[in-house]
Design a protein around this ligand. Structure first.
Ligand SMILES: [Zn+2]
Length: 133
């Protein structure tokens, strides 16, 4: 049986080290453990890649988080518009702003830990060169 290929995108989504794609980036596997949402080890437990880099390194993850949040709001708009087109519910952006905002804010609060982790993982993957064996 062929060994399953661990792609960079897959490692990024799973929160694995960008260099070896095996070590975990986050201390806790559970994203919804509130005290350890973005807790990270100092270095990769497998290859020793430095996760701390420099003070303020993860400030750049805020830009990624912003892009993910914009994508979430666009997705909410598209989903509500499609539900309107399919006749499953009535939605007009200018008449149902409250529905749009409520849906987006509830989703954003629910997905906040996932977005925070994914943006850090994406930022780390963008700034790290892959280790060639
Ligand atoms: Zn590693």
């Amino acid at each position: 049986m062929a060994k399953k290929r661990n792609t960079g995108v897959g490692a990024m989504m799973r929160g694995q080290c960008p260099r070896c794609r095996e070590g975990k980036i986050f201390v806790s596997a559970r994203a919804y453990r509130w005290d350890k949402i973005t807790a990270m080890p100092d270095a990769c437990p497998v290859c020793g890649e430095d996760f701390l880099r420099e003070p303020g390194f993860y400030f750049g993850a805020a830009y990624v988080s912003y892009a993910l949040t914009v994508a979430l709001w666009v997705s909410v708009f598209v989903a509500l518009t499609c539900l309107n087109w399919w006749g499953l519910m009535a939605f007009s952006f200018f008449e149902d702003v409250g529905l749009f905002l409520t849906t987006g804010i509830v989703l954003l609060i629910f997905l906040l830990p996932m977005i925070a982790r994914l943006s850090r993982s994406m930022w780390l993957h963008m700034m790290t060169r892959r280790h060639r064996k």
